[in-house]
Every structure is written in structure tokens, then in C-alpha cells.
Design a protein around this ligand. Structure first.
Ligand code: NAP
Length: 519
């Protein structure tokens, strides 16, 4: 029975094995743990965050909070091998595990450096130069960013059990807010191990980090006006949480990072066989196979000009044929399993729904050859490339959260931008082209539908960090279906978590606050 970490103590729920949820190994099907929040004092945990963790963090300056991020990063780095090993139980290869674990460490380090460089050695920030608000010079206006005396409740998705809590913690800690983390059930044991590493290292002040394993629903009614609910998961769950009556009644801040049907668009100027075309193929295949396609930013739609459709289908299929699937511990395995047998069923259903408007060009939802594992006990799936009618609904609506993508041919630029927009808002899209005019026209139409656009050309293709990688310097989050949220975006994201209060005052008062200004 997985424990929760509440009020700086490890607590076991009162549930029995029979009444708790079972979590199974994605590779072997063996039982890993039971998960439940039955009998946990959730109200006590939230009070502890507000009464103990919050005051301790608010008393620190931005630079002292940055030191906490460094301490956290060092603690996780020192024991990251344990997290890699455990990640294999969730179906992850070593590469996938590093993406999650080292990616989380990098966000912490990045934010610590940024905070020291861009924020003052003070607990709050006076933003920008003062504005003159009247004819004379004695009545000025600025914005003051102060930490909210509340907590961040993180409700996380299963696919990034280490990166997601660390990425949210980095911003919350800098903003002076304690966190209560609720990991998704299928990978809760990984977040639990992360929290053990952090607490055993004594990296954070009491009350700054707590973790609720199991259902967090009763805690939603206990959130208050100064709290933030930071959600990552499916659009369906986001919809439920967004309209939760307590959230609505108290105007509680809600950030949603939801699913999206992300696209890559090959422009007409890129000739099959060219280095840029090869880079496009590698990008599509990487996105399908890293973490077995279980990335919120993963490419689900591959849009190509009609004249290059066959070449794209052939090239991507050929590359997928070389991907070896199986036990992450076995030599040469490039793709592991999806997280659970239930997830495998979900992906199969989604892929079939899309293929109804087309056909499977590579892979079969019901068959897979695996290395050193039982394909039935483990949650293995073949990579699946679907060719579909671009004007059908399913490829733009259904998110197969696994190793599947759909190739669709567009007629002209307008058709391509219309198709991209049919995702109703996405986290990220890639455009592959050396044609500046085509790309600029496409960007203007596609940008409002996307949180991030990754524009790949012959000049940057060797340096790109890839379609799927959210970076601390840039905004992560997308409009519409993608949740309408925003995370990271450098220190702007930290300030957005704080209360921004307009101050109208005399220069004497503003000068007294000014030592907090980075200038
Ligand atoms: P999910 O089923 O929506 O669950 C997400 C989280 O919400 C889990 O912790 C879950 O807990 C919890 N939850 C579910 N129903 C709830 C309720 N009524 N009240 C409170 N909490 C509730 O998503 P998932 O299957 O874990 O993750 C996969 C999805 O996440 C994909 O669609 C993917 O695109 C999306 N995702 C988006 C991003 C992004 O940054 N935009 C990142 C990663 C993943 P339990 O597990 O205990 O039910």
C-alpha cells in the first residue's frame, strides 16, 4: 500500500488491498502496489501547507528560494538511478526515463539560474518602471508581485511522474507557495519515490511539499481563494475540474494542461530524399516512439502535400520498421510498453476509430512482436501509422495516447492551415520548410491555435531540441482543447503565480519598496 506524505510524515491509508486500486508492472503484469487515499487527513494537509509551508517560503527571498531549487536538483540527481530503475516498471526505456528524470532536474537548475539573474534578492518584485498617472510627478503607478498566502494543488497525469511535479514545484517554490502533489494512479509509485528522495535529503522546509496518493476529489471542496489548482491530464478531466462548484464560487485559479492532437506540417518545397525531408521523417518517428507516444506534445497528425503523400508514408513506415519493441532492459530495445493494459485498450480503440476513415499503413493494433517479454501480460503495442481522409473528423478529434500517428494529404496552404485548426487548439505544431514566405504565411494563420510553433529548416535541423520538448524559457500550454493554460515561460510564469497588485502612490512610497527591484 503506497503511503502519502502529509504534514511532514509518511501516512498509510486505511483501505484494504481489496478496496484500493491495483497498479501493475507495464512489462510483466506483476503487482507493483495498491493505491488509496481512504482515511487520509486531507484537510489537515491543506492547513499544514497554508500554516507552515507558506510562511516559511514567503519569508525567503527569490534568491533563497532559488537555492531550494538547487538543493532539490542535487538531491534528485544523486539518486536518479533509482528513478530510472523504477521507470522501467512503467514501461519506460532508459532514454524515456532520462527524459522524465533528467528533464525535471534541468528545469529546476534552469529556474534557479533565471531567478538569480532576473529577480531581486527580495521576497517580492516591483515590476517595471513607474508610470506617471497625473500631470505632476507625485502620483505614480507600478505593479507589485507578492506571494499568495495559499497553496498549489498539483493534479498530475501519469506520463511524466517526475518531470511534471518538479516543473510545477520549480515555479511554485519561486513564487513562495507550498505544494500538495497528487500523482496519477498508474505511476504514483514513481512520484512517491521522488518525494522520498526529496524528504530524506531534507531539501525543503517543513510543509513546502506534501503528496496525496489516491483520489484527491474531497480536497477540491477545501481549496480557498488564494490557492491554485494546477492540472495536467485529459481534456475530459479538465472539463470536470474547471466547473467544480467550489472553484467557480471562490474564483480559484485553475491552470489546465490538457491533451491535444498536435501536428507536423511538411511544406511543398521539401523534396523527398532531401536532408530536410529525412529530418521530418525522424521527427515524426521520434514523437511516435519516445515514451511509447505517451507525451502530451507528441505528433498525432502528419500533414503532407498531396504530391509527397506516398513518399512520406513509405519513408515513415520504413523507419518505424527498424524500431525494436520490448523489455526496456533488453539490448537494442528502442520502445517499451504503454503504462497499463487499460491504456493499451484505449490506444487500440482510438487508433481503430481513426483508421475507420482510412487504413493502417504500418502496424496492427492487435499484433506486436516483442523482445524478451510476454506481449499479452505486458502493455505492448506496435507502432501504428494510419493514412486517413484529411476531411474526416476522427483524426482531428481523437488522441491516441500511444505510438500512433495519422498521415493526411493537404491540397494547398489554406487547406493545410484549416486542417491544423481542426485540432481546436494544440500544445505544439512543427512546420518543416525552407520557404520563408510559405512559412510566414502559415505561421500567421496557425499561431493563434497553438501554444508553441517549432519551425524546422535546413539551417536549424541539426540543432533543434525537437517538436516534443517543452523548454523552461518558453511557454508550455495551448489554447482551446489543449486546456488554455500556461506553464513555464521563464520567470514570467513565476510572476503569473503571484498576486500582481496595481499600486498608486507617491514616489516616496515607491522608492521605499524599490530595493526589491532587480535594477
Ligand atoms: P487523466 O485521466 O485526466 O488524469 C489526470 C489526473 O487527474 C490524475 O492524477 C487523475 O487521478 C486525476 N483525476 C481524474 N479524475 C479526477 C477528478 N474527477 N477529480 C480530481 N482528480 C481527477 O489523465 P491521464 O490518463 O493521467 O494522462 C493522460 C492525458 O494527459 C493525455 O490525454 C495527455 O495528453 C494529457 N497530458 C497533458 C499534458 C500537458 O502538459 N498538456 C502533459 C501530460 C499529459 P487518478 O489517476 O487517480 O484517476
Amino acid at each position: 500500500m503506497l503511503q502519502s506524505h502529509l504534514q511532514d510524515t509518511w501516512v498509510t491509508p486505511t483501505a484494504t488491498d481489496a478496496s484500493a486500486a491495483e497498479v501493475r508492472d507495464a512489462i510483466t503484469g506483476d503487482l507493483v502496489c495498491h493505491v488509496s487515499s481512504q482515511g487520509l487527513d486531507l484537510a489537515g494537509a491543506l492547513d499544514h501547507a497554508r500554516g507552515v509551508g507558506g510562511p516559511a517560503l514567503r519569508a525567503l527571498t527569490f534568491h533563497q528560494r532559488a537555492d531550494l531549487l538547487d538543493a532539490l536538483a542535487s538531491a534528485v540527481r544523486a539518486r536518479r538511478e533509482e528513478l530510472y530503475a523504477l521507470s522501467a516498471r512503467a514501461g519506460a526505456t532508459l532514454f524515456d526515463a532520462r527524459y522524465d528524470v533528467d528533464g525535471g532536474i534541468r528545469v529546476l537548475r534552469d529556474y534557479a539560474t533565471r531567478a538569480r539573474r532576473e529577480l531581486p534578492d527580495a521576497p517580492y518584485l516591483v515590476e517595471g518602471p513607474a508610470e506617471r498617472l497625473a500631470r505632476g510627478d507625485d502620483f505614480l503607478g507600478v505593479h507589485l508581485c507578492t506571494p499568495s498566502p495559499g497553496l498549489m494543488l498539483q493534479v498530475n497525469a501519469f506520463n511524466f511522474p517526475v518531470w511534471a511535479p518538479l516543473e510545477k514545484l520549480a515555479q511554485a517554490l519561486l513564487a513562495g507557495m507550498p505544494s500538495v502533489v497528487k500523482p496519477a494512479t498508474p505511476t504514483a509509485y514513481l512520484t512517491e519515490h521522488l518525494v522520498r528522495i526529496v524528504t530524506e535529503a531534507g531539501a525543503l522546509p517543513p510543509g513546502a511539499l506534501q503528496m496525496i496518493v489516491g483520489s484527491v476529489r474531497p480536497a477540491l471542496d477545501l481549496l480557498l481563494e488564494q490557492d491554485v489548482l494546477s492540472f495536467t491530464g485529459s481534456a475530459a478531466t479538465a472539463e470536470t475540474l474547471r466547473t467544480q462548484p467550489n472553484l467557480v464560487a471562490r474564483s480559484i485559479r485553475f491552470n489546465a494542461e490538457a491533451d491535444s492532437v498536435n501536428a507536423i506540417v511538411l511544406a511543398p518545397d521539401v523534396q523527398p530524399g532531401s536532408p530536410l525531408f529525412e529530418a521530418f521523417v525522424r521527427e515524426a518517428v521520434t514523437e511516435m516512439t519516445v515514451k511509447a507516444g505517451q507525451k502530451c506534445t507528441a505528433i498525432r497528425r502528419v500533414l503532407v502535400p498531396q504530391e509527397h503523400e506516398l513518399a512520406a508514408l513509405d519513408a515513415i513506415s520504413a523507419e518505424l520498421a527498424g524500431v525494436s519493441i520490448g523489455n526496456p532492459a533488453a539490448e537494442g530495445v528502442r520502445m517499451g510498453a504503454v503504462v497499463s493494459l487499460e491504456q493499451r485498450e484505449d490506444v487500440r480503440r482510438a487508433a481503430r476509430a481513426i483508421a475507420d476513415s482510412g487504413r493502417f499503413v504500418h502496424g496492427d493494433p492487435d499484433k506486436v512482436r516483442v523482445v524478451d517479454a510476454d506481449p499479452e501480460r505486458g502493455a505492448f503495442l506496435d507502432t501504428m501509422l494510419i493514412s486517413a481522409d484529411p476531411d474526416a473528423a476522427a483524426p482531428h478529434e481523437v488522441e491516441p495516447f500511444g505510438p500512433a500517428a495519422t498521415v493526411m494529404a493537404y491540397r494547398d496552404t489554406t487547406h493545410a492551415t484549416d486542417l491544423v485548426a481542426r485540432g481546436r487548439g494544440s500544445l505544439a505544431a512543427s512546420v518543416v520548410s525552407d520557404d520563408l514566405a510559405w512559412t510566414l504565411a502559415f505561421v500567421q494563420d496557425a499561431a493563434p491555435w497553438h501554444g508553441r510553433l517549432h519551425l524546422m529548416d535546413s539551417a536549424n535541423m541539426a540543432q533543434t531540441t525537437g517538436h516534443g520538448s517543452p523548454l523552461p524559457a518558453l511557454r508550455h500550454g495551448g489554447p482551446g482543447r489543449a486546456g488554455g493554460g500556461s506553464e513555464m515561460a521563464g520567470t514570467r510564469g513565476v510572476l503569473d503565480l503571484m498576486q500582481r497588485t496595481a499600486l498608486q502612490a507617491s514616489p516616496r512610497l515607491l522608492d521605499a519598496l524599490r530595493p526589491a527591484d532587480p535594477a
